[in-house]
Design a binder for this molecule. Structure first.
Ligand SMILES: [Zn+2]
Length: 221
């Protein structure tokens, strides 16, 4: 079986492919010689954070002519990250991120569930609240700035210069984007209720929610 995929950008086209034709992203670990797309390879997180390697293609993210100050970072995140502005995964080039959001089977097929079966025992769970449901909507969040949240392996995303919303590998409609956010809010609300200061956490969440609504397609961005 082979798959039909959108045309990859040149940096992704250089990646090796797995047996069914998916390019193997740079971060992917090989388990017993086979790529396992669910597992991050050893040293890849360090390479991404310290050397600014693109999470998808592995090339440097630093703008070659204008330098670090002009570099933009593109995160592929779920819709709830538009609210809480965090990502467990490092950034990519914009075109690599768009390719991942349109070609990755997990991100593009709402019916697909994460496969946790047969994960190696040392596969580290990402920090932060992982919402293990397929939201059906992926967001490419492009920002010039980010920082690691102290004490966590979690990226705080800077103010976006652009957000691109996708559903099933195509641009998401406003209704799809809103539905994806709304369906995740109860999870974040119940998390906020467990906070040491639930009133403050819930109030902050509502601010984040209102801010996220401005980013959905047709929301005034
Ligand atoms: Zn890249």
């Amino acid at each position: 079986m082979t798959v039909t995929l959108p045309a990859p950008p040149p940096r992704v086209a250089r990646l090796p492919c797995n047996k069914v034709g998916y390019p193997i992203p740079w971060f992917v670990a090989r388990i017993n010689g086979e790529p396992d797309f669910r597992v991050v390879g050893e040293g890849k997180m360090h390479g991404a954070i310290t050397f600014r390697c693109c999470w998808i293609c592995g090339d440097s993210l630093i703008n070659r002519t204008l330098g670090a100050a002009a570099t933009q970072y593109a995160y592929v995140v779920g819709p709830m990250c538009a609210a809480n502005r965090t990502s467990p995964e490092p950034p990519a080039h914009r075109d690599c991120a768009v390719y991942a959001a349109t070609a990755c089977p997990f991100l593009t097929t709402p019916g697909m569930r994460r496969r946790d079966a047969n994960l190696p025992e040392d596969a580290a769970a990402p920090d932060g609240v992982m919402i293990k449901r397929n939201p059906g909507v992926a967001v490419v969040w492009v920002t010039p700035g980010w920082h690691m949240i102290p004490g966590y392996r979690l990226f705080h995303l800077g103010e976006p210069v652009e957000t691109l919303w996708f559903a099933e590998g195509r641009p998401a409609t406003r209704d799809e984007a809103l539905a994806a956010i709304d369906s995740g809010m109860p999870i974040l609300r119940s998390e906020a209720e467990q906070d040491q200061d639930p009133d403050m956490a819930l109030a902050l969440l509502e601010v984040q929610y209102e801010r996220a609504l401005l980013l959905v397609p047709g929301g005034g961005q």
